[in-house]
Design a protein around this ligand. Structure first.
Ligand code: SAH
Ligand code: TMP
Length: 408
């Protein structure tokens, strides 16, 4: 097992053990034909030097991101709207800085949910998962390189566009990339002088506040804070000049970076940094307390589901999320406690969940409402509750685990 921080090289101090876990998105075609399902030990640590929270063992990137990648960004209309607003903001930024004929590069463009909005610009998506990349190419005619972002990618960008990158943006991707130092180095080397890097990822502060330990799975290697991102950026002559909290993916942070001393730091950033100090995201004790709350959340969830089983209640899970793979494997929740998953993603339907092998059904197969839905896609709660008015009206109840286990 790894012993050191991937950024600073100092000791990685373990504070949480989520046990033996399969790949978060490793849905299985058949329950019977499983020969050897892949498992790894999911442990989380903190470095006092880099202040970066990170998992110890990350599976090889090719194992997670390939032609069978299960997550299609466009399954959520809420996210589509989010990216529309985000892209407009980037367009306004370019206008306000009078950056003409800009080159825009997205890292991890998935099915083109955001890249499609830059089609009129010099644009390029970098996306290693062939199935989702193909959608962006075929459906939206986006320019996409099907590969992992690397130094080689920079050469290709240079050959194609003959200029530096004005905007790098990336959403829910950078935390997935183990060699994050190479990413920052590559970005720093290919960014134009007034160029920016904007990225957003689930925010460590929200994970701590919401006790959303299910954000931790193989694909999520790093859990960023303003402090840890600042320290990382500094190594590559970059700095954060602005940040803004987002409601997406259960509470994210959007970071705005530039080359050192290019843009002045905003008031908003200073306030957010102050809040972070209050949350003590740079102290090990914060994470030790979090770990205790995670244990207690597990105990409560198991006892609630066992109680409902005794009462012969039907419980299904809403959304076959990678996040819930962590919960179900950590709590050992099998189909005697949660009978089925329901999910609107084709590639997940009729498959079996990683590790616990709960069947995933399409909503078309739902004959009768369950008594309870476990809200595994809790980060899409607003959208789901709007869609499921009838279930709620019929007296259906939801089980959530954020911020504490309860029925709603
Ligand atoms: N940006 C989208 C997709 C997030 S899922 C959204 O916010 O909805 C993470 C995506 O990052 C996947 O499509 C995955 O294939 C891609 N990815 C993972 N590692 C990458 C890397 N090293 N370079 C570029 N993309 C990567
Ligand atoms: P995510 O939390 O990683 O975005 O995954 C959400 C999962 O939930 C994804 O597999 C799609 C599914 N889902 C539904 O089935 N119905 C919905 O209304 C929404 C919003 C998501």
């Amino acid at each position: 097992m790894r012993k050191t921080c991937r950024i600073s090289g100092d000791k990685l101090i373990q504070f949480l053990d989520l046990g033996k876990q399969p790949l978060g998105n490793g849905f299985l075609i058949s329950k019977k034909k499983i020969v050897r399902e892949y498992f790894y030990k999911l442990k989380v640590g903190f470095s006092k030097k880099s202040n970066m929270v990170q998992i110890f063992n990350a599976p090889k990137k090719e194992k997670m991101f390939n032609k069978n990648y299960a997550f299609y960004s466009s399954t959520s209309s809420y996210m589509d709207d989010h990216f529309k607003k985000f892209s407009n903001q980037i367009k306004r930024f370019l206008k306000s800085k009078n950056i003409k004929n800009p080159l825009i590069v997205e890292i991890g463009s998935n099915d083109g949910i955001m890249l499609k909005r830059f089609k009129k610009f010099n644009h390029l998506g970098i996306e290693p998962s062939r199935n989702v990349a193909k959608v962006s190419k075929k459906k939206f005619s986006c320019n996409v390189l099907i590969e992992f972002f690397s130094k080689k990618t920079l050469n290709k960008i240079h050959r194609k566009f003959k200029k530096k990158v004005d905007v790098y943006y990336s959403t829910n991707v950078l935390g997935h990339i183990e060699d994050i130092k190479a990413v920052f180095n590559n970005i720093s080397n290919s960014l134009s002088n007034r160029g920016i890097l904007i990225f957003e990822d689930p925010y460590l502060g929200q994970i701590i506040k919401k006790n959303s330990y299910d954000q931790i799975y193989d694909e999520h290697i790093y859990f960023f804070s303003l402090i840890s991102v600042s320290k990382l950026a500094e190594i590559y002559n970059l700095e954060i000049f602005d940040a803004s909290p987002q409601t997406t993916h259960g509470g994210s942070m959007r970071y705005y970076l530039c080359k050192k001393n290019t843009y002045s730091k905003t008031k908003r950033l200073k306030q957010l940094l102050k809040n972070e100090k209050k949350l003590k995201l740079d102290e090990l004790s914060t994470f030790k307390l979090f770990s205790k709350r995670v244990e207690s959340s597990r105990n409560k969830l198991i006892s609630l589901l066992n109680k409902l089983k005794k009462q012969k209640k039907i419980v299904y899970a809403y959304g076959a999320t990678a996040k819930s793979t962590t919960i179900f494997n950590f709590c050992k929740i099998k189909d005697d406690l949660i009978k089925y998953y329901f999910d609107n993603t084709k590639i997940k339907q009729n498959k079996y969940s990683p590790g616990m092998h709960i069947k995933v059904n399409s909503f078309q197969k739902l004959k009768k409402y369950p008594d309870y839905y476990f809200l595994s896609a809790w980060n899409h709660k607003k959208e789901i509750f709007k869609k499921e008015k009838k279930f709620i009206k019929n007296g259906g109840k939801w089980i959530t685990h954020v911020p504490t286990v309860k029925i709603i």
